[in-house]
Design a protein around this ligand. Structure first.
Ligand code: NI
Length: 176
């Protein structure tokens, strides 16, 4: 079921979410289905459970060809619960980000370029990956939501923050 996405200003987006303690349950699988339906309906590259008002440490992400990020390399669809992210070097990379909770806007955000992330799938199976670039960016953005951090909080140069259609008038980027 497509759920309403909370927008910046809602205090629930600033909360620290609780770890998942029971895997494979109808509640968790239903939550994940709603997250998937909502993300797909809005062409999101990812979504975190608190964005639909559920304060659990659950994110999903992935995109083959995303109209909101036409230049991004593909990221496999991933369910990630109770994530831990470790940077693999000191390297930071700037990149444009948007967020379904901050519709119509984009900003340049520094992120770790290379990270290892670990966590559990919806059935409690642990896994870890080493990733770089856009994949690393998406994971860091989604996991920030679990700690109540929205990307505008991480923008260093506020002159690189604005409305998508004004920033990129020649590109057909879907207005979220
Ligand atoms: Ni977001």
């Amino acid at each position: 079921m497509i759920r309403e996405v909370l927008r910046m200003g809602d205090p629930r987006l600033l909360q620290v979410s609780e770890p998942v303690t029971a895997f494979g349950t109808p509640e968790l699988l239903g939550l994940l289905q709603d997250m998937r339906d909502t993300m797909d309906a809005l062409d999101g590259a990812g979504i975190a459970a608190p964005q639909i008002g559920v304060l659990q440490r659950v994110v999903i992400f992935g995109s083959e060809q995303n109209p909101r990020y036409p230049d991004a390399e593909p990221v496999p669809f991933t369910v990630l619960c109770n994530p831990v992210i470790v940077p693999l070097s000191d390297a930071l990379e700037d990149g444009w980000e948007g967020c379904l909770s901050v519709p119509g806007l984009r900003g340049v955000v520094p992120r770790w370029k290379d990270v290892r992330y670990s966590g559990y799938d919806q059935f409690g199976m642990p896994f870890e990956r080493e990733v770089t670039g856009f994949h690393a960016r998406v994971v860091q953005h989604e996991c920030d939501h679990l700690d109540g951090i929205l990307y505008p909080c991480r923008i260093r140069d506020i002159s690189q923050f604005g409305f998508t259609d004004v920033l990129f008038p020649d590109q057909d980027i879907a207005d979220d």
